[in-house]
Design a protein around this ligand. Structure first.
Ligand SMILES: Nc1ncnc2c1ncn2[C@@H]1O[C@H](COP(=O)(O)OP(=O)(O)OP(=O)(O)O)[C@@H](O)[C@H]1O
Length: 442
């Protein structure tokens, strides 16, 4: 089991975080897909998980951080983009490269040979790496990740740019890894791939987590079946389809995207009215994901502005940790719902000890009880997580118990010193002097 809590990365001060407060669980026997567009923060998340990147948050592999794993190669196999197709000298032969890596992780050379078989590279094991196709390179990288026979695999876009045949092979190989009890976290940009391959889909948008859903729910809420139709008489067909209650939109020059009516029905309708079709195909398209509105703020003034719907809006009530980040489809001032469509609740399981790591943080200008407020119109936000506050606020006041239990959680607390700057607010209030009792006259 991999438990991810509060992963946050800010590459440059004053810039929006590349990743903010990412948290989810990846369970054994299941494929967890981290889905997001280019730049959503998927690679950053994997790099933070295995501590190749410094940042906030914590990842536990069966209860231990990566650094505390006794034999990391036996626990986690990682496939990350290296900038080169394969980590290895182009002149080296596949077998000797993999045997060398086997030696480095302390497993026998026969394990390398086994993996060459399993990844269908045995026939080219004595070929030089420079002659490998992208698909072979990717299988080689997978073989390297599997050398230590790990319980979990973290794979960054393993099928990107591969042929459909290679992609299919990867999916079935990785599925069998999960079926055998392995834990898989796989990133992709393709919602279709996530829907086809994942058991759980965690959706990221510009570093924020939008949703953590079982795949069936993901398919229902994010994917939309429609029929692509193409031909020379589309205007006529569109009229007919609308008359039959279908939703129709233009799709390129001579094409329609039709929903609400089946492919067979469309074909029959076109045939009956003598309309020629060049294409008639089912397809699945992605529903536009609700966009996260990033807080705008001046990093230097000590105030972080969070867009609110009305200037006179009440301070945001203390959100529960499970709440998804605030998101609106368009202008935040529209007063519309936070999400364009009801998004399933983000479910984040946190260990009880980590609940205490989620203090309520109020940014400057807030009207704390018994505390002087800042500017009267200064926007106020209550942020439910340490990571979010650390990434965005310069001045924070913690209103909750700040201490987390457990040895693995201590580094996280150490890594967020600014949050505890106002620690005097945690001090218990001095007991009020007892009121002198009125004399009873006795
Ligand atoms: N070393 C770095 N220095 C500065 N910014 C970075 C660095 N690495 C990543 N970023 C930024 O962080 C954001 C997230 O990048 P990341 O590579 O994690 O996205 P991704 O979802 O993996 O994208 P892709 O699908 O293209 O691989 C991007 O805006 C990127 O420009």
């Amino acid at each position: 089991m991999i438990q991810i809590t509060g992963l946050t990365k800010v590459y440059r001060r004053g810039r929006p975080p590349a990743l903010l407060d990412l948290g989810f669980d990846a369970r054994p026997g299941a494929v967890t897909v981290l889905l997001g567009d280019e730049g959503a923060g998927k690679t950053t998340a994997l790099r933070l998980m295995v501590e190749l990147e410094r940042g906030l948050g914590i990842t536990l592999f069966d209860g231990r951080t990566y650094r505390r794993l006794r034999r990391p190669e036996r626990e986690v196999g990682v496939l990350l983009p290296s900038g080169r197709p394969t980590a290895g000298h182009p002149g080296q032969r596949a077998r000797s490269h993999l045997r060398m890596l086997a030696g480095a992780v302390g497993v026998p050379a026969r394990r390398a040979d086994e993996l060459l078989e399993q990844t269908r590279l045995a026939a080219v094991a004595d070929h030089r790496l420079r002659s490998f196709s992208p698909g072979m390179h990717r299988r080689m990288a997978l073989a390297a990740a599997l050398l230590g026979d790990p319980k979990a695999l973290l794979l960054d876009d393993p099928t990107e740019g591969l042929s459909p045949r290679n992609e299919e092979w990867f999916h079935s190989f990785l599925r069998s890894f999960a079926v055998a009890g392995g834990t898989l976290v796989v990133t992709t940009r393709s919602p279709q791939e996530a829907a086809a391959f994942g058991d759980r889909v965690v959706t990221l948008d510009r570093g924020r987590m939008l949703a953590d859903q079982p795949v069936a729910e993901f398919r229902r809420t994010r994917l939309h079946p429609e029929v692509a139709v193409r031909g020379p008489q589309m205007a006529r067909l569109a009229d007919l389809l609308v008359g039959h209650g279908a939703q129709v939109r233009r799709d390129g020059g001579a094409g329609l995207a039709v929903s609400g009516i089946g492919r067979t029905e469309i074909g029959e309708l076109a045939y009956r009215h003598g309309i020629l079709l060049h294409e008639l195909a089912d397809r699945v398209v992605e529903q536009p994901a609700p966009r996260v509105v990033l807080p705008t703020g001046s990093g230097r003034s000590g105030q972080v502005r969070v867009r609110s719907r009305r200037r006179d809006a009440e301070p945001v009530p203390a959100a529960r940790p499970q709440s998804p980040p605030a998101a609106v489809p368009g202008e935040p001032s529209s007063g519309g719902p936070l999400f364009e469509e009801p998004l399933p609740r983000v479910s984040r399981s946190r260990r009880p000890s980590q609940e205490s790591l989620v203090p309520v943080v109020e940014r400057s200008g807030a009207g704390l009880p018994g505390r002087e407020s800042g500017a009267a119109d200064a926007p106020t936000a209550v942020i439910p997580s340490v990571a979010a506050a650390e990434a965005e606020a310069e001045r924070t006041v913690v209103l909750g118990p700040p201490v987390a239990a457990g040895p693995d959680l201590r580094p996280m607390r150490r890594s967020v010193p600014p949050l505890f700057r106002d620690e005097q607010h945690h001090r218990p209030e001095p007991e009020p002097e007892p009121e002198p009792r009125p004399e009873t006259g006795r």
